[in-house]
Design a protein around this ligand. Structure first.
Ligand code: BJW
Ligand code: ZN
Length: 250
């Protein structure tokens, strides 16, 4: 790891004091949850056109549910890794206000982050595309007919995750923008930065003067356009090193 860059990242956090995390699937790979676009990612096995679009769900909800049942099992078996823990520590130490995440796996909350803005929803809720009713997963008024969840109106429910062609939850998206615009630095970790409108957020932060620290195994479209310090490598190694340096230098 490039010591100079690590020190620059830590120094910026100490100087700027108030930041935010922005994460993608790469932060959870060390927990055994695959990302999407890497060679070992989800899309290598499941065609996104068949599994990740809202019209695919409308056409064949049970097929999408089978996919999500497998994913949920993976999430439940996973435990937060040192990357998640490092970000939780930064929030506990008051250096960041929370995490804006595209992940639906709940691992940031389980690691101890209190303010988690889930841009693409999560698997803990269900929503009806017909009547817009929402349910907690464990809500007893959900009718689990033949293992699939049904709304009181009779329609099959959808996991409240954002599929392609669906709008992001407005309140969460607006809060995330507000907090990103206030941030003096942003730690962007483990995202390819190509899915919109989520990917707008680091650009908005940068335009408002935020210092962008990016950690990823590979360069992304953000790296050459807005990133101030690019730390190339595994986030589960880099983020704990950043925290270690912040503590040493404070
Ligand atoms: C590591 C590592 C380690 C790994 N250490 N690094 C043309 C142009 C622009 C936009 C569009 C367009 N055509 C369509 C659109 C819009 C579309 C979009 O952005 N498409 C682009 C892909 C082209 N967006 C949408 O449709 C969004 N909605 C929308 O626009 O609504 C408009 C609307 C308004 C009003 C009414 C109706 C509609 C919705 C986007 C939803 C995204 N959903 C998914 C699936 C969720 C369900 C599921 O889980 O199955 O969300 S797609 C998938 O991508 C998932 C992720 O959250 C998202 C982002 O991926 P992420 O997290 O960045 O993962 P990867 O795999 O891409 O990257 C991982 C990175 O980590 C890599 O760089 C690795 O190197 C790295 N890494 N391990 C360090 N250990
Ligand atoms: Zn309904």
């Amino acid at each position: 790891m490039d010591e100079k860059k690590l020190k620059l990242a830590a120094k910026s956090i100490l100087e700027k004091k108030k930041g935010i995390g922005f994460t993608g699937a790469g932060i959870s790979t060390a927990s055994g949850v695959p990302d999407f676009r890497s060679p070992t990612g989800i899309w290598a096995q499941y065609n996104p056109r068949e599994y990740a679009y809202i019209d695919s769900f409308r056409k064949n909800p049970k097929k999408i549910w089978e996919f999500f049942f497998l994913r949920e099992k993976e999430f439940n078996q996973a435990v937060p890794n040192p990357g998640h823990t490092a970000l939780a520590e930064l929030e506990n130490l008051n250096y960041i206000d929370g995490i804006i995440t595209q992940n639906i796996d709940r691992l940031h909350s389980r690691a101890g982050n209190k303010n988690v803005y889930e841009l693409h929803g999560s698997v803990g809720e269900l929503v009806c595309l017909e009547c817009s009713r929402r349910y907690k997963r464990e809500d007893s008024s959900v009718d689990w007919k033949e293992s699939f969840p049904y709304c009181q109106c009779g329609e099959i429910l959808k996991p409240s995750v954002v599929l392609f062609g669906e709008a992001l939850p407005h309140d969460v998206f607006n809060m995330a923008i507000e907090i990103a615009l206030k941030s003096k630095f942003m730690i962007v970790a483990g995202t390819s930065g190509i899915v919109y409108p989520a990917a707008q957020i680091p650009y908005m932060a940068k335009r408002n003067g935020s210092f962008i620290i990016e950690a990823n195994m590979e360069a992304t479209p953000l790296t050459s356009s807005i990133t101030d310090v690019f730390l190339q490598g595994r986030v589960e190694e880099i983020l704990p090193l950043i925290v270690e340096n912040v503590k040493k230098m404070s």
